[in-house]
Design a protein around this ligand. Structure first.
Ligand SMILES: Cc1ncc(COP(=O)(O)O)c(C=O)c1O
Length: 358
């Protein structure tokens, strides 16, 4: 089939799409009707519901996942001279959070099978100044928590891409000293923008709560406006009640992709029963940019799963597995509202291009 097919705009299949229903709209409208739209009781309900879901005693809503990371690092008193390990194959939000507190980000390589932090490489890069490790569960696949916890350094789990995933039958977010979530519009569940910190440490939670807001404080210190509104929380509560449904739909879609692509020239994601497939990331032959162009012409929006690896962005170039993953990874549409017809179009587009690609 020629690449010169014109696809009408309304037939485009986006890379991400939020799963919103009249229930979210009604919940937001009911908060508006109360006249109290800033951070308040609905946000507290959302915090409690999320704490319960993850199995933590403390949860603190924030303006974003980045704000959540920043507040946790501040609450752990991480500062200039300290080192924080973060993986290379991730967005720059982690690097920004470490830089906000003036600490040194030490970039580790990743497991090429999952894109998650490689515990062996992490151990190699630890020093006496290592104060924390930020461990994202990339693309919804749980990281190797046993090996990472065995490193003996406080872990901040980054569950921005993995709410609902499990490791060893326990929710991700229940393992580290603290964990953060993001509810950005493209995430598994969304509040437009938003985030959450969870922990079992009441002391850490108190510090995060204190730093999140500057109002009605009787002694000055540097604080932030990192609050979540009740409008966002109302949406978050509905989305949380639908999380199991979302995860089931994502896993069913992933199974279809796996059946279509397994055993061919593609590398499908590692099979992990705790995976929730926030992204379906597969290794493709040839240049992923070429695949993205080819599929765009057919009205299928695919993407690189991350921007260039952090070690490359920083000019360090010392994480070969992250770079190799970036050179072959393609992220294809997967979300609960992707219809069977749409998924078939994605599969057809990929198989068609695979015939002309070595
Ligand atoms: C792994 C990871 N951590 C943190 C963030 C930052 O979250 P936010 O965009 O809510 O600030 C993201 C966002 O994409 C992410 O993917």
């Amino acid at each position: 089939m020629s690449d010169a097919v014109e696809v009408p705009q309304d037939m485009n299949i986006p890379h991400s799409r939020p799963s919103l229903s009249p229930q979210e709209a009604a919940a937001v409208a009911s908060v508006m009707a109360t006249g109290h739209i800033a951070q308040g009781p609905v946000m507290e309900n959302f915090e409690q519901a999320l704490a319960l879901r993850i199995g933590r005693s403390q949860a603190i809503g924030t303006a974003s996942g980045t704000a959540a990371l920043h507040l946790v690092l501040l609450a752990m008193s991480i500062e200039a001279g300290d080192e924080v390990l973060i993986p290379s194959y991730v967005c720059t939000a982690l690097l920004n959070a470490v830089n906000y507190v003036g600490a040194n980000a030490v970039i580790t390589d990743v497991d090429p099978a999952t894109g998650n932090m490689d515990p062996f490489d992490a151990r190699r890069r630890m020093t006496d100044n290592t104060r924390a490790i930020i461990v994202p569960h990339m693309f919804g696949c749980p990281a190797a928590m046993d090996e990472l916890l065995a490193l003996g350094v406080p872990i901040i789990e980054d569950c921005a891409q993995a709410i609902g995933a499990t490791y060893d039958n326990r929710p991700v977010g229940s393992f580290g000293h603290a964990a953060v979530f993001s509810f950005y519009a493209t995430k598994v569940m969304t509040t437009g923008e938003g985030g959450m910190v969870v922990s079992d440490s009441a002391e850490l939670a108190d510090r995060v709560r204190d730093l999140r807001d500057y109002d009605k404080r009787f002694a000055y210190r540097l604080r932030y406006n990192y609050k979540m509104t009740d409008l966002q929380a109302a949406m978050g509560l509905v989305q949380l009640s639908r999380l199991d449904e979302f995860v089931g739909q994502r896993r069913a879609l992933a199974m279809n992709y796996r059946a279509a692509f397994d055993g061919s020239k593609f590398q499908v994601p590692a099979a992990d029963e705790g995976h929730i497939y926030y992204r379906f990331v597969m290794g493709v032959p040839g240049d992923p940019a070429e695949w993205i162009r080819h599929l765009a012409v057919r009205g299928v929006t695919c993407a690189r799963p991350v921007d260039p690896p952090l070690d490359v962005l920083l000019g360090r170039n010392d994480c070969p597995d992250a770079r190799a993953a970036w050179q072959r990874h393609l992220s294809i549409p997967i979300y609960p509202s992707l219809t069977t017809t749409e998924q078939d179009r994605v599969i057809e587009g990929i198989l068609a291009h695979s015939e002309v690609t070595r």
